[in-house]
Design a binder for this molecule. Structure first.
Ligand code: NDP
Length: 327
């Protein structure tokens, strides 16, 4: 049997992508075979498809760091044919073949059964970015959120869009920071109460502390943006650092931590334990407005993936991009 997939090959350190027909026998080892319905385009997929960061070491490779689908066969007693499942992380799409394919073979330990209320398409509208947003919100809640608005940076992107919506659904006031003022209406619809310009926040901080503006922060940008917002946190609040869309450096002082008791919490959706994932998916099911989730989603086919990979690295993608592997 054959199946369609995006196949990445490498020659002279240059990575190229093509749509290929692969044989079932080429699939990697794993106890559970899944008929993939949807995958998504994340920032990391953009890096992988452009060969940035040497995240993939073995070629040919099938990328796609997440997917949803239906189990077609399983030697793992926890899964039966017909089970609807979702997979994010565990370095699938990096070390192991991923979701840009009609079939995947994976370890049962990496899967989560979909809550009844979420369709396979909705699960991927959430995807890795949305799960990360939920993990970040949970981390802020675990440490206590202040009375000022919660700031979301990179707000028009995948992590940011879901974060704005989730925080708003959970009842928090949300400030959305974006470099694209044209997305203001979109962000307001997701639940933002206030729009903050990217330029204002990406200036290196003028002093170790500034006025207390934020009751928490979900940061997808890093670099000077993170250094800047750390100086503006309310006493005893937290920043959940998720991403590095603006760069991976952090030039700050210890003052916000010493004099304001600020917590800097790293969020890792890749290796996070099963119980945490399961709780996050069930809370996503509970909080997400399905209509808004659908409005933040753009549906594309497998063949669109290579071109969109450059767009996401350039910060040109809005919301979540879901790949329907059947088209
Ligand atoms: P997107 O490209 O969808 O969103 C990133 C957003 O960041 C852009 O939409 C843009 O928002 C903003 N941005 C882009 N470039 C810059 C820049 N140079 N300076 C400042 N802001 C910029 O990516 P994702 O949402 O998928 O991922 C965001 C980050 O989170 C990435 O670094 C990714 O690797 C990381 N990530 C981490 C995970 C984890 O487990 N920790 C999981 C998933 C993602 P706007 O236009 O609104 O300004």
């Amino acid at each position: 049997m054959t199946f369609r997939a995006v196949r990445l090959t490498e020659e002279d350190r240059k990575v190229s992508a093509e749509i290929a027909e692969l044989e079932d026998s080429e699939l990697p080892e794993g106890e559970v075979e899944v008929g993939v319905s949807y995958s998504t385009l994340n920032y990391k997929d953009g890096m992988i498809l452009n060969g940035i960061g040497r995240l993939v070491r073995n070629y040919p490779h099938v990328p796609g760091i997440d997917f949803s689908g239906t189990v077609s066969s399983s030697t793992d007693s926890r899964y039966a044919e017909g089970d609807r499942v979702v997979l994010t992380g565990w370095r699938v799409g990096e070390v192991h073949w991923g979701g840009y394919a009609e079939k995947a073979r994976v370890s049962g330990d990496w899967l989560v059964k979909l809550p009844d209320g979420l369709s396979e398409l909705q699960a991927m509208s959430v995807g890795t970015a949305g799960l990360t947003s939920m993990l970040a919100m949970q981390a802020l809640e675990d440490h206590g959120i202040g009375s000022a608005p919660v700031l979301v940076t990179g707000a028009a992107g995948g992590v940011g869009s879901v974060a704005v919506h989730l925080l708003s659904q959970a009842g928090y006031k949300v400030a959305a920071s974006t470099g694209r003022p044209e997305t203001s209406d979109y962000l307001t619809k997701l639940g933002a109460d206030e729009i903050v310009s990217r330029e204002e926040l990406s200036e290196p901080p003028a002093a170790p502390l500034a006025s207390e503006r934020w009751g928490g922060c979900i940061d997808a940008v890093g670099d000077t943006t993170l250094a800047h917002l750390l100086t503006e946190m309310q006493y005893g609040t937290s920043v959940a650092a998720c991403g590095l869309a603006g760069g991976n450096q952090l030039n700050t002082t210890v003052i916000p931590f010493l004099l304001r008791g600020v917590n800097l919490i790293g969020i890792d959706s890749v290796m996070c334990p099963f119980e945490v994932r399961e709780r996050a998916w069930s809370r996503l099911d509970e909080l997400l407005d399905r209509e808004i989730l659908s409005e933040m989603t753009t549906l594309v086919g497998l063949a669109d993936v290579p071109e969109l990979a450059s767009d996401i690295l350039a910060g040109r993608v809005q919301g979540r991009t879901v790949v329907d592997v059947g088209i």
